[in-house]
Design a protein around this ligand. Structure first.
Ligand code: HEC
Length: 202
């Protein structure tokens, strides 16, 4: 019995105490630039993988990867994703470089998700990835829009020049945009007005 109790202390209580000490004394990393905790990356990818194989929709998406859907996907991407995940042939944004984990640059060869099933991409877009900075878009985009942007990423290496050129560098985040002015009221209809309008929409 005595041995059992000693075993119990060493086996269960000690790791708990050490773990508590590690967290409570500020040894666990908080800064995005800090080194990952022991086993952090392994555990994270195991958790994501296990979840995904349970919940991601299996089979092909209900909409085709045609030019219409990919163009719509590109517009959704430019507005909601490009700031973190980048667009073709453009340097990574400063904010994206300061995150942990880093947002994969989804139009670069090494980091695109073209090998993933579209359903898995869809799951991540819909639900987000907790504590990574990856938002869930379930409340903000329709099912159709989430499939369109997922198809775009699935086909990131095959998109037409037209779709590619519509993936423009996003405007600065809304908070940094200059306040709206009223001076374009009188040039309504002129090309300049159209431009102004787009700038405010982002
Ligand atoms: C605020 C930054 C941010 C925004 C905005 C964002 N993401 Fe992410 N996303 C991330 C981060 C960070 C990760 C990496 C998570 C990880 O490492 O587990 C990620 C991961 C992903 C992944 C998984 C990539 C992989 O390698 O498996 C996909 C797919 C994805 N995002 C798609 C999107 C789409 C589509 C949008 C827009 C609708 C979007 N993200 C918007 C930060 C962002």
């Amino acid at each position: 019995m005595k041995k059992f109790i000693i075993g119990l202390v060493i086996g269960l209580v000690l790791p708990a105490v050490v773990g508590y000490f590690y967290l409570s004394q500020g040894f666990a990393p908080i800064a995005t630039s800090a080194k990952p905790m022991p086993f952090e990356q392994k555990a994270a990818s195991m958790i994501i993988h296990a979840h995904m194989s349970k919940e991601a929709p299996k089979g092909e998406p209900t909409i085709p990867a045609d030019e219409t859907n990919l163009t719509a996907g590109a517009a959704i991407y430019t507005e909601n994703c490009a700031f973190c995940h980048g667009v073709p042939d453009t340097p990574t944004s400063k904010a994206a470089k300061g995150m942990y984990p880093l947002p994969p640059q989804l139009f670069t060869h090494d980091e695109m998700v073209t090998d993933d099933p579209t359903g898995k991409i869809f799951w991540k877009v819909k639900n987000g990835l907790r504590m990574t900075g990856m938002p869930g878009f379930n409340e903000m985009l329709t099912e159709n829009q989430m499939w369109q942007v997922s198809l775009l990423l699935k086909n990131a290496d095959k998109i037409s020049p037209a779709v590619k050129s519509s993936l423009v560098k996003p405007a600065a985040p809304a908070a940094a945009a200059p306040p709206a002015t009223h001076d374009h009221d009188d040039d309504a209809g002129k090309p300049g007005h159209h431009h102004d309008h787009n700038a405010h929409a982002h």
